[in-house]
Design a protein around this ligand. Sequence first.
Ligand code: ARG
Length: 580
Amino acid sequence: MKEQLEQLLAAAVATLKQQGSLPAELEPRIQLDRPRDKSHGDFATNLALMLAKPAGMNPRALAEALIAALPSNNLVAETTIAGPGFINFVVSQQQLLQQLEHAYQDAKVGVEPAEQAKRIVIDYSSPNLAKEMHVGHLRSAIIGDAVARIEEFLGHTVIRQNHVGDWGTQFGMLLAHMEELEGSELELELSNLETFYKAAKKRFDESPEFANRARELVVALQSGDAKCRALWQQFIDVSLSHCQEVYDRLGVQLTRADVMAESAYNDDLAQVVADLRAQGLLVEDQGAQCVFLDEFKNKDGEALPVIVQKSDGGYLYATTDLAAVRYRQNELGGDHLMYFVDQRQGLHFQQIFTLARKAGFARPDLQMDHYGFGTVMGKDGRPYKSRDGGVTKLADLLDQAEARALALVQDKNPSLSAAEQAEIAKVVGISSVKYADLSKNRTSDYIFDWDTMLSFEGNTAPYLLYAYTRVMSVFAKAGVEPTAITGGFIIEDEREQALANVLVRFNEVVHSVANKAMPHFLCGYLFELAGAFSSFYEACPILQAEQAEVQQSRLKLAALTAKTLQQGLQLLGIQTLDKM
Ligand code: ARG
């Protein structure tokens, strides 16, 4: 509906240009908002206010002219001019009914495919493999995965890239520790990477011989020594299988096939540096090879360096990312490269994007975006820590989520069998952690708090999952399939109207989530939908409705609500339950 209305307004602008009332060179961006206050209609635009100046017209007079120039249509039932020159639109009821019917029938719940299907490369999760995944790795995996699902749903081809860190100097220390342990002892130690890392670090700090051996091993590894390589591979395999366990538990759609590790770019790095040199972009600074970009300055106004090769010949994080841009464009055929990485790496990515363009590694039309996110904080307002003050391993965190959810389910529904309770608890626990993350504005820090995320009140997973089971229980009671309801939608009661108005917005919301990579828009929408359903359900009897047509229509509203909730949650990577 929003798009249709945009097209109508664009046509009105074109007509006014032809008539000479608007300057021909004007290309206005038409903005349509959903007013919060329903008395302002379904949509509002400030178009007349924006164009008044260039047109040399009074905004209200221009608003009138725009309305008069709208092509005839069956979308808009009413227009009004408000305040200094806003135009408010009321959508026709017939249009609303058609839209509801379409969403009810449509496999994609009325969500239109993107105008232009692209190849989108999405870099997410991408942990360093030296340590086990911890709470800091949650956001990239969860948010990146939701956006990947949504882009795919809109018809784009999504290529997932897990850019794991497997090549830093830390690996020397880990390999030296592996060398010291043998056979079954080594296997046992590797089963907990967190303690393994700590033990290796301790040896490194205590023993100069060990530290020397660690340095030797880095050199050996990077120069391709076979024995060293095999040891390293053993470690990487263990670490990657830990990651895979976490992805599988979280329902994150990453597999081993999506891993494109830092080390995989190793052979391209000399070429990256050579190409930068050939373009005259390199400067030697204290023995290191750097590029100075005028776009990025420190507070004294001096250009900041991007270091691509250290004085000892080693390459850096930035060098690998430059190689990765080239690979993603040329080998993967990406049109849009998306990066879900901690906000604190913002400068790094802006530098990489700017430099990749300057060096011709990225075509001018290649779209590259870093989508940063804030930190997961504890209740004390500091980065989230486990009780012993260490970082919380993700695997332990998920165990805890399931245990807490189990207590909740046992309390809420004691009549279920133990097996059912355990099954439900798994979904509720994992969903709560995911939803808590997705429902917050991506760019802000958020507080990790078990009590709020597991609450049945507010914008939480338990609330939405429960709302879904409540809607589904209507069909169980009625003994009908939600997909097999005959008869049309009849919207009379104001609660029916309010619910219908929310339902038809799903398409717009999904598109805006995709455009801005902001899953919390969708969470907010689903929460609003569940609320609108609940008000409708309290006020409008379904099975007790007096007329058969009204009963059918209300069942159909419930069915579309369930379908939308389920699709919305699925796009967020959250599984629904039939009972809980
Ligand atoms: N491994 C990095 C880290 O843990 C994140 C990698 C993100 N992706 C990238 N292409 N740089 O900080």
